[in-house]
Design a protein around this ligand. Structure first.
Ligand code: HEM
Length: 404
């Protein structure tokens, strides 16, 4: 690492095309100093081997108090301060062992491959209803709005037992919270609305338990040693946000990658048995999560030969690892026959809990779209597409397509 090297700005050009920057950094500055759009100084890790190693290193911690202390030690602009209320910040991605181990054990039963496989008919029914609605509507639609968002949102809301009527406000708060821009007041208000709403939902599940995952979590929380009130609300928050903010991008980015490559699209149409392998390749090629969630160093560490002091924020790039030529031959090529090995779901103890669900939703989504819309095509020049202003997520704001 070269301390004289300029600090890399994670700015609008980076949102539009992070892959160009990553290709340069992997060669020139694989562990670089960078600054987020809100002014937070971070270390950015871009090579596959270093990313894997960093994600498995217990000295790169996630506990929210430690993170708050690290932020407090830096001269940060007010916008860069955390806007997450305490009651939303006691979840799997803001805890380390032993709290993390206890919390993960409580929910992991609901997300095993077997438990998730049983949901296939319900996911197919939701996808089928959305496709029916699209087929009956205009020939041109925004695929994010018509399909990529409502599918995972419908699935996670059904799984957790969230009423239909509340989904639109939930999406708005969630988008505001994950945005890398915007006034701190606006993001704090979205966090508060979300906390109030989820606290009320948890109270409803306590009063009237139903056959859903959230009622199960609430029942477990009755035993105070196992789950505190904040932990229960935080768990609902994480599952709802992680359950839809990511899979929407798997569908959106995957459809875009495919529509830009008519040869690959034809290959997949000719052999639908390739869909699960194609989903893995969409996850690698342009996965939903650009940078893994924030970590901070609790001790001095060395990553890829670069010394990072204690008390620093580290961002680990999954998107960059997944395009590292040291790991993947011809990484910028969409190839539906690769061996897995991508890091789109992370690595180590925080490896995505929802991966079996996301894979199943992805498979159902692509089977439905390919089966129902044989003439699916982009309705705009790809250069006109805009990406969300979020450094952690990689996803399109809109994806206009022609259905017939
Ligand atoms: C964690 C990716 C869908 C629930 C993660 C992490 C990644 C990820 C990269 C680790 C973050 C880190 O280490 O900083 C994805 C992708 C998805 C997806 C690419 C879709 C294609 C889902 C779904 C759920 C979910 C559908 C459903 C409930 C979680 C949870 C964690 C997590 C609870 C925290 C696990 C822990 O800390 O132990 N996900 N995710 N994810 N994901 Fe997903």
């Amino acid at each position: 690492m070269d301390l004289a090297a300029p600090v890399v700005p994670l700015d609008a050009a980076f949102f539009a095309d992070p892959h160009a920057l990553y290709a340069r950094l992997r060669v020139e500055e694989p562990v670089a100093r960078a600054v987020t759009p809100l002014g937070m100084p971070v270390w950015l890790v871009t090579r596959y081997d270093d990313v894997r190693e960093a994600l498995a290193d217990p000295r790169l911690a996630k506990d929210s108090e430690g993170f708050a202390r690290v932020l407090a030690s830096k001269p940060l602009p007010p916008e860069a301060q955390s806007v997450f209320a305490q009651e939303l910040n006691r979840h799997l991605l803001s805890t380390d062992p032993p709290d993390h181990t206890r919390l993960r054990k409580l929910v992991s039963r609901a997300f095993t491959v077997r438990a998730i496989a049983a949901l296939r008919p319900r996911i197919e029914a939701i996808a089928g209803r959305l496709a029916d609605r699209m087929a009956a509507g205009p020939a041109e639609v925004d695929l994010i709005d018509a399909f990529a968002f409502p599918l995972p949102m419908g699935v996670i809301c059904e799984l957790l037992g969230v009423p239909d009527a509340e989904r639109t406000s939930f999406r708005r708060w969630s988008n505001t919270l994950l945005s890398s821009e915007g006034a701190v007041d606006e993001r704090t208000a979205a966090g508060m609305s979300m906390a109030v709403y989820l606290t009320d939902l948890v109270a409803q599940k306590r009063a009237h338990p139903a056959d859903d995952v959230l009622s199960g979590i609430v029942a477990a929380s009755e035993d105070a040693d196992r789950l505190s009130a904040d932990e229960t609300v935080s768990m609902a928050f994480l599952l709802l946000v992680a359950g839809h903010e990511t899979t929407v991008n798997l569908i959106g980015n995957g459809v875009l990658a495919l529509l830009r490559r008519p040869d690959r699209l034809a290959e997949l149409r000719a052999d639908p048995g390739l869909v699960p392998a194609a989903v893995e390749e969409f996850l690698r090629f342009d996965g939903p999560v650009n940078l893994a969630t924030y970590r901070h160093t609790t001790a001095p560490v060395e990553i890829g030969g670069a010394p990072i002091p204690a008390g620093e924020v580290v961002l680990v790039s999954l998107a960059s690892a997944n395009r590292d030529p040291a790991q993947f031959a011809d990484p910028d090529e969409l190839d539906l026959h690769r061996e897995a090995g991508h890091l789109a779901f992370g690595h180590g103890i925080h490896h995505c809990l929802g991966a079996p669900l996301a894979r199943l939703e992805g498979e159902v989504a692509f089977r439905t779209l390919l089966g129902r819309f044989p003439d699916l095509a982009l309705a705009v020049d790809p250069a006109e597409l805009t990406w969300r202003q979020s450094i952690l997520m990689r996803g399109l704001t809109r994806l206009p397509v022609r259905l017939r």
